[in-house]
Design a protein around this ligand. Structure first.
Ligand SMILES: Nc1ncnc2c1ncn2[C@@H]1O[C@H](COP(=O)(O)OP(=O)(O)O)[C@@H](O)[C@H]1O
Ligand SMILES: [Mg+2]
Length: 137
């Protein structure tokens, strides 16, 4: 799966993304700072009609949002050092909770991701456009 996402069509692309990943629940977003991981994850949450308002999880590693189908965890590992810190923060508990987990900076703790994790690579195309690609770990 590969999609080109412009800011102007981000919600439509977010809906297509959910269809494309089907039952994928743990989704790791790889990409440089500013590539658009948080922005796209927020769009994914919006189109699932999350009820709680949300902000960047930069200062709190795990944010839980409620939506009509359950919960979504938005996890940002940026400030963590390694697997141990991630485990202590409760990230594994989220992975095995059965809820959707959308994770930024998975390379901080690669060893804790379950086998069925979907890995998405986000690349800069131009100031308003990004490419999302489903790839190998
Ligand atoms: N198509 C796009 N998708 C996502 N972000 C985009 C896009 N076009 C421009 N942007 C901008 O790029 C920046 C991405 O920042 P952010 O989502 O915080 O990145 P990251 O979480 O990867 O560090 C935001 O300012 C956003 O408005
Ligand atoms: Mg981010």
């Amino acid at each position: 799966m590969e999609m080109i996402v412009a800011l102007a069509d981000i919600y439509e692309k977010a809906r297509q993304f959910w269809q494309a990943v089907n039952d994928g629940k743990i989704i790791a977003f790889h990409g440089e700072m500013g590539s658009g991981k948080t922005t796209f994850i927020h769009a994914l949450c919006e189109v699932k009609h999350v009820s709680s308002s949300f902000s960047s999880p930069t200062f709190s590693i795990i944010n839980e949002y409620l939506f009509p189908g359950g919960a979504i965890f938005h996890i940002d590992l940026y400030r963590l050092k390694d697997e141990d810190e991630a485990i202590r923060a409760g990230v594994e508990d989220c992975f095995y909770s059965g809820n959707i987990c959308l994770v930024e900076w998975p390379e901080k703790a690669p060893g804790i991701f379950p086998e069925n994790t979907l890995h998405i690579y986000v690349d800069f195309i131009d100031s308003r456009t990004r490419r999302l690609r489903l790839g190998d770990k």
